[in-house]
Design a protein around this ligand. Structure first.
Ligand code: GLC
Length: 606
């Protein structure tokens, strides 16, 4: 072991104070993170000694249902010296990091993040701080970080480095979960920190040119770990000192809420965005399940699914970083490279809707056909990109909520921008689509406006088949007691609200064609006989119905599993005399102790 630096504790405290006084405000406009926000799509690379094991050690599969191949050293309790015998399987002549960068480029990715040091503690660069690195086990010496850095420079991609700071299975005082049973002292841990983490980070930030981001990986808050906040701040301030433009992610162990100087939030593994955030964020994702190469990993997501994940995140202001786990000879598994190349082909045509684009103001998941992104300055125009995940069977796309009349609509793939005809009606734009979907995965319709499209918020959108689904989620207001119950038992029991007495809920819809509409309500009522009432009020009329028993159904055959039935009950029909905005009110008058479980109202023209 040749640890060279030894920084003392008082020094650490001084750094902490400096950082505390110097917080930089965090928001979507964080200048340092602007390139990252625009980039939207990046590559993660998990490659290291574990790649030689391919998820199997001495004939035994990785010991954990969460098959992360890069955890094999820890999971299968491998001896440190024996672990390195895996390096015998590496074919150094064919390992070429430039090929990974080329793949990233062709996939339309704008940055690459390599596991410079994963939890096993083995460095992929020539570290003077530790003997446990690639340069000490190759002849001639290899420095993978350097090779990757040069390739990134050559192809114009940003370089990110993953560094496992909290966990290190190599250093005697690095964190290893076994230490929950055989503890070490805070002082011992600080030895590891000052002898390995700080000086190695100094090497990475000094010897490899500009580093776009350091990707830390502590997925719990520091207060639940051995790492102290002071140590984390010391690390962050070293980065700020050596490379002020380098981004730091929230898996440093400090949340953005706690320290606004953390540049972006990293969500959980394979966790996609579910809401808009006003600061940069990212989902790390795999094509199958494992990060490091695992020969038994077979859950390949389709190219379409991966593109939908990317689009979902951009539609909520987020980033998507997709992983490759190359093999011991450097090859990227075909199932991964094929999908990435297909994503690249799609982005070649449709990239305008992703890079530099952002969330639009309408409510997330307003439309049942797909997702919207927005670019306020696409060649002098304001453009909305309608990503049609589900091509409407009637080739008519209903865009609800925008009052501004579009200048033009066209298919993004169509270089001639041949106009699609549309009908703009107050807050509803109906676009006539080509009969066949033009793109292999997801087609994008561009809506051009000469100003920022203005919206009416809170509307329930018209579905592909011309109806309105009114749920607790898309209401505008409510009064009275109720309890929200999430879906249960694999969704057999749907999300619903539990109503005990008087309750009122309201929605807003736009009616474009006057006339009669049928109204159905889905609920479950387990009383013996009809009790209480349910009324729908709108357009000057009220229809009132008894709440009727809905009985039970079977969840799974032969499992003695009976569940409350939710049935669609016809409430009646309502006439909407003219086009315009209407408020719909549902009033539930349940009897005390005879609960009604309400799910949705459905309205559709006759
Ligand atoms: C987890 C795992 C790790 C993987 C990472 C990727 O933190 O411990 O193996 O590198 O997630 O997001």
């Amino acid at each position: 072991m040749k640890y060279i630096y030894n920084i003392s504790l008082p020094f650490l405290i001084i750094i902490t104070n400096l950082v505390g006084a110097n917080l930089i405000a965090q928001s979507q406009t964080n200048e340092r993170a602007q390139w990252f926000v625009d980039a939207r799509f990046g590559m993660f690379i998990h490659w290291g000694v574990y790649s030689g094991a391919e998820g199997i050690w001495k004939g035994e599969k990785l010991r954990n249902d969460n098959d992360y191949a890069e955890w094999i050293y820890y999971r299968n309790r491998i001896e440190k010296e024996e672990y390195l015998t895996l390096l015998d399987r590496f074919d150094w002549d064919s390992i070429d990091p430039e090929e990974w960068v080329l793949l990233a480029k062709r996939a339309g990715m704008k940055y690459v993040t390599l596991t410079a040091k994963h939890h096993d503690g083995f460095g992929l660069w020539d570290s003077k701080v530790s003997d446990y690195d690639v340069a000490d086990y190759t002849n001639p010496k290899r420095d993978i970080v350097n090779e990757l850095a040069e390739a990134c420079q050559k192809y114009g991609l940003k370089l990110g480095l993953y560094y496992s700071h909290w966990v290190d299975w190599e250093h005697p005082y690095g964190w290893d979960h076994t230490k929950e049973i055989y503890p070490i002292t805070a002082e011992q841990y600080d030895h590891y920190w000052q002898e390995k983490v700080i000086p190695q980070m100094r090497e990475l930030l000094t010897n490899y040119g500009p580093i776009g981001m350091i990707w830390f990986d502590m997925w719990i808050h520091h207060s639940n770990s051995i790492v102290t906040k002071a140590q984390l701040l010391q690390l962050k301030s070293l980065i700020r000192e050596l490379q002020p433009d380098c981004l730091v992610n929230s898996r440093l162990g400090l949340s953005i809420e706690e320290d606004s100087d953390v540049d972006y939030r990293t969500l959980g593994d394979n966790q996609l965005g579910s809401k808009k955030l006003d600061y940069p964020w990212q989902s790390p994702a795999t094509v199958a399940h494992s990060w490091g190469y695992h020969t038994l990993d077979t859950q390949w997501k389709s190219t379409t699914t991966l593109l939908k994940s990317l689009i979902n995140n951009v539609s909520l202001n987020g980033n998507f970083m997709l992983n490759i786990g190359p093999r011991a000879n450097g090859d990227v598994p075909f199932e991964i490279s094929q999908r990435m190349l297909e994503m690249g082909e799609w982005l070649d045509v449709n990239g305008e809707s992703i890079y530099g684009s952002e969330a639009f103001d309408l409510r997330k998941d307003l439309h049942d056909w797909g997702k919207i992104t927005y670019n306020p300055e696409a060649d002098g125009n304001h453009k909305l990109y309608l990503h049609v995940f589900n091509w409407p069977y009637n080739n008519m796309l209903n865009l609800t909520g925008i009052t501004t009349k579009p200048k033009k609509a066209y298919v993004l793939r169509d270089k001639l921008k041949s106009p699609l005809s549309f009908n703009h009606n107050e807050v509803l734009t109906e676009i006539s689509l080509p009969v066949t979907q033009p793109d292999p995965h997801i087609s994008v319709i561009v809506m051009e406006y000469d100003q920022k499209p203005q919206i009416v918020d809170g509307l329930v959108a018209k579905t592909v088949d011309g109806g309105y689904s009114l749920t607790h989620e898309n209401r505008i207001s409510e009064e009275g007691d109720r309890l929200i119950k999430r879906a249960e038992r694999g969704g057999t029991i749907p999300e619903h609200i539990l109503i005990n007495e008087k309750y009122q809920i309201r929605w807003k819809i736009f009616i474009d064609k006057p006339g009669e509409m049928i109204v159905d309500a889905s609920y479950s009522f387990q009383g013996e006989k009809p009790r209480g009432t349910l009324s729908v009020k709108t357009a000057g009329s009220t229809i009132k119905n008894d709440i009727i028993p809905t009985g039970k159904t079977v969840g799974e055959p032969n499992q003695n599993w009976q569940i409350d039935n939710y049935s669609s009950n016809r409430i009646g029909a309502i006439n909407f005399p003219e086009k315009g905005l209407y408020e719909i009110t549902l009033e539930v008058d349940a009897k005390k102790d005879e609960t009604i479980l309400f799910q949705w109202l459905w309205m559709k023209g006759k």
